[in-house]
Design a protein around this ligand. Structure first.
Ligand code: DX5
Ligand code: ZN
Length: 219
């Protein structure tokens, strides 16, 4: 069953606690926090204090996507803030295996995030230290972008590798996950959907209505 993960960078920043409460009432599987440093990606979003602030208001898993250079510097900071799972970009850390191990050492789930053009073979020597893989289906940094079609096959190839190796690794897809792209990413093997402006945070629909429609569409 596909997991729904609201991308909180797309939520109403002035009413985040209210949005999280309303989303919890409508049932979601994880919250996706996009952290950006203006260097790895040309944008800034939220930091550890946002996570710390929201932590007491929800028991739903907090998934922190670090779109930052040298993420190894900040694993403890985000773990202390209340993250349950942290993904780091393979392109942003020289010592990927050590960084993933440091996430696991904090008792969190460790994820590797890959930009659309990054090949899957960067995973070759970390399969035993990964709990989930984030496949960027847009170039990271902004909401509202268009899905990159070649990533469909990348999802299928990753699913094939995971199945062949008999691994318990989830595939998270992040970027323009919409009513058009959801059927295909699921067919290719995606497990976790990062839901932003393309499926959940709509100008013309309440959060409750959009979430009910998304649940109906997935069932
Ligand atoms: C890209 C962002 C977006 C966002 C989802 O870095 O991570 O994927 O969460 O927003 P939409 O649905 O507009 O792509
Ligand atoms: Zn993300």
């Amino acid at each position: 069953m596909a997991k729904i993960g609201p991308s909180l960078m797309c939520a109403d920043m002035g009413n985040l606690k209210d949005s999280v409460n309303r989303l919890d009432n409508g049932k979601v599987d994880f919250y996706h926090f996009d952290v950006m440093d203006g260097s790895f990606v040309p944008n800034f979003t939220m930091g550890p204090d946002m996570i710390k602030t929201l932590r007491p208001y929800s028991a739903t898993p907090f998934d922190v996507h670090l779109m930052i250079q040298e993420p190894e510097r900040y694993i403890d900071l985000f773990a202390d803030a209340g993250a349950d799972m942290i993904s780091v970009h393979a392109e942003a850390t020289i010592h990927l295996q050590r960084t993933l191990q440091s996430i696991r050492n904090r008792g969190l789930k460790a994820g590797v995030a890959l930009n659309p053009s990054t090949p899957l073979n960067v995973l070759d020597y970390v399969w035993d230290t990964v709990d989930y893989v984030v496949l960027m289906t847009v170039n990271p940094g902004f909401a509202g972008q268009k899905f990159i079609p070649l990533t469909f096959d990348k999802i299928a190839q990753l699913k094939e590798l995971i199945t062949q190796k008999g691994l318990d690794i989830e595939i998270q897809v992040d970027g323009n996950i919409s009513y058009d792209t959801i059927p295909k990413v699921l067919e290719k093997g995606a497990d976790m959907l990062v839901c932003g402006t393309s499926s959940l945070f709509k100008k013309d629909k309440s959060l409750e209505q959009a979430l009910v429609e998304l649940h109906d569409f997935l069932n």
